[in-house]
Design a protein around this ligand. Structure first.
Ligand SMILES: C[C@](O)(CO)[C@H](O)COP(=O)(O)OP(=O)(O)OC[C@H]1O[C@@H](n2ccc(N)nc2=O)[C@H](O)[C@@H]1O
Ligand SMILES: Nc1ncnc2c1ncn2[C@@H]1O[C@H](COP(=O)(O)OP(=O)(O)OP(=O)(O)O)[C@@H](O)[C@H]1O
Length: 287
């Protein structure tokens, strides 16, 4: 039995995000296109058969360990299993900004579900893991399934998609945005007509928009400024409820040229869009 494993926990982009309605429980119904980036956090799981329970090597700033989505995912798996499982220590290399709209916490939860399913030999199906994941957050199922997808409902009804695997300049404006705050804004567009897209969407997502962008630009001048700068070079969009924004380029060199020309003080990264999650690519190599 393997005692340790290091796995990627990639970012996602919402290539577009439409809000098409509201459920009776107040949650917003979305239509969105998810794609992964070949950039993200990394988690290392080490089984500790002599020491039961789940431990994090280091805490994530401002997140109590018991609230951390990594701990919650590991405990959800233990509960689902019912029987005692070996203890585990989990180390996190955090690269994704929190509250960035890149889904870092949700991705960490999905990597934990798949990583521990593998290490603990639980043999749970992807459907079972996606169901456990949905209780942890609306973005967890797409990370569990590991394929770029058109998402509906709150993002849990997923249809595989194949948008072009472009290069992205991702900028993190100097503000953190709380998802709940944006969804509770009065001025938010909530009635975008539903679109029908071809199965396995392969087209250009930039003809669609992110409905959160208007209120986020108004509330956060830093995001507005970054969008103004990046959109000089092509379509630029917000991901999720922000704060990160992205611009799409056909090649790495085109993306890097723009990245190098960024105004001083701007932070972010360049990464490739990928339709198969790096987590799944790594797990396939291990099998
Ligand atoms: C914006 C996205 O990242 C797009 O992929 C996701 O929809 C975010 O979904 P999530 O991770 O479940 O978001 P959370 O941070 O847990 O949501 C915080 C709060 O935002 C509101 N919320 C969230 C998602 C949604 N579809 N409708 C909502 O109204 C709810 O009040 C929720 O309590
Ligand atoms: N392992 C974790 N990594 C990051 N955030 C976590 C983690 N566990 C819990 N959280 C909490 O989840 C919140 C959202 O974090 P996350 O990085 O997923 O934001 P996000 O990129 O804006 O996500 P989304 O795209 O879903 O809105 C954080 O502010 C933090 O309080």
């Amino acid at each position: 039995m393997s005692l340790g494993i290091t796995l990627p926990s990639p970012a996602k982009l919402n290539l577009f995000l439409h809000i098409v309605g509201r459920r009776p429980d107040g949650y917003h119904e979305l239509q969105t296109l998810f794609q992964f980036l070949d950039y993200g956090d990394e988690l290392t799981f080490t089984l500790t058969p002599e020491q039961p329970g789940v431990r994090l090597v280091e805490s994530v700033p401002d997140v109590p360990d018991d609230d951390n989505l990594i701990t919650r995912a590991a405990k959800a798996l233990m509960e689902h299993n019912g029987e005692e499982l070996p203890g585990v220590t989990i180390a996190i290399t955090k690269r994704l900004p929190m509250g960035g709209g890149l889904g870092g916490g949700s991705s960490n939860a999905a990597t934990t579900l798949l990583g521990l399913n593998y290490l603990w030999n639980l043999d749970l199906s992807i459907d079972q893991l996606a169901n456990i994941g949905l209780d942890l957050g609306a973005d967890v199922p797409v990370f569990v399934r590991g394929h770029a997808a058109f998402g509906e409902g709150v993002g849990e009804k997923l249809t595989n998609a194949n948008p072009p695997e472009d290069w992205f300049v991702v900028i993190k404006p100097a503000c953190n945005i709380n998802t709940g705050k944006i969804f509770s804004e009065q001025g938010l567009t909530r009635n975008t007509p539903r679109i029908k897209i071809a199965p396995a969407f392969e087209g250009d997502a930039s003809r669609y928009r992110n409905d959160c962008e208007g209120v986020v630009r108004e509330l956060y001048p830093e995001v507005n400024q970054s969008l103004e700068w990046l959109s000089k070079f092509g379509p630029a969009r917000l991901t999720g409820t922000g704060a990160c924004i992205f611009g799409r380029f056909p090649t790495e060199s085109a993306a890097r040229i723009i990245w190098e020309s960024k105004p001083s003080g701007v932070t972010g990264f360049v990464a490739k869009g990928v339709n198969v999650s790096p987590l799944h690519t790594k797990l396939t190599e291990l099998k």
